[in-house]
Design a binder for this molecule. Structure first.
Ligand code: HEC
Length: 216
């Protein structure tokens, strides 16, 4: 039992340890309320990542509604993997083949922002650097010896560092949203609940006064 407690206690540290180098993790400039950023992130994700990675716990329809993108636009510009808006965001990458190509299968990214933290994710995306000793010519400061090729190398060159970083922030923003789509809704509901409790307080308060009047 004691052993189990120790393991559970150390678990968060162990997860981080698996992530490799933490000294390069910087704070991710993201804002879940920024719809333009989220929409841009979704565009980047389907164009640059979904060839290898899925987001299988998220449906195109849910994304469309949460991000305010019309369904027909999603089908035309963002859904390259299925016929229906209600489908989950999967791809046809065979994990076995991928493992042969990259040394590791590309994991599903729906929950990565929660598993790794948005900061880690953002730092990872902006930390690829040229390294001739790696099979695809790039290494990563946050995830040393990563199997993933630097698929945004062209984009990084074309945009320059600052603009590239802001694009990666949008992508991180989107993946953070994907890891917990209900978050925005929950915060909105929370405000209503607080307002409701505030209103309820007054009748409850006066009722209490009325009841206790005779006792005191
Ligand atoms: C050509 C295929 C390919 C593409 C395209 C690709 N990745 Fe990857 N990615 C991989 C592979 C393979 C791994 C596993 C690397 C390893 O474990 O060494 C990986 C790992 C990752 C990880 C680490 C996950 C973890 O928790 O270990 C993240 C995050 C990630 N990719 C994000 C992205 C994003 C965002 C994009 C789009 C910009 C993208 N990838 C595009 C192949 C790809």
């Amino acid at each position: 039992m004691k052993k189990l407690a120790v393991i559970l206690f150390c678990l968060p540290a162990m997860v981080f340890a698996a992530g490799g180098n933490n000294e390069h993790v910087v704070s991710a400039p993201i804002n879940l309320k920024d719809r333009v950023s989220l929409q841009n992130g979704a565009k980047l994700f389907v164009n640059y990542c979904m060839g290898c990675h899925s987001a299988k716990y998220l449906r195109y329809e849910r994304m469309a509604d949460d991000l305010g993108i019309p369904h027909d636009l999603v089908m035309e510009k963002l859904n390259f993997t299925s016929e229906r808006i209600g489908d989950t965001m999967t791809n046809s990458m065979d994990p076995k083949v991928a493992e042969q190509w990259f040394g590791a299968a590309p994991p599903d990214l729906t929950l990565t922002a929660r598993l790794r933290t948005p900061d880690w994710l953002y730092s990872y995306l902006v930390s690829f650097y040229p390294d001739d000793t790696r099979p695809y010519g790039y290494n990563n400061k946050v995830f040393p010896l990563v199997g993933m090729p630097h698929v945004m190398a062209g984009l990084e060159q074309e945009l320059g560092e600052e603009k590239f970083k802001s694009e990666m922030a949008d992508l991180t923003n989107f993946l953070t949203y994907a890891s917990e789509p209900i978050k925005l809704e929950r915060e909105r509901l929370g405000v209503y609940v607080l307002i409701f409790l505030f209103i309820l307080f007054w009748p409850a308060y006066f009722l209490k006064r009325e009841y206790w009047k005779d006792v005191h």
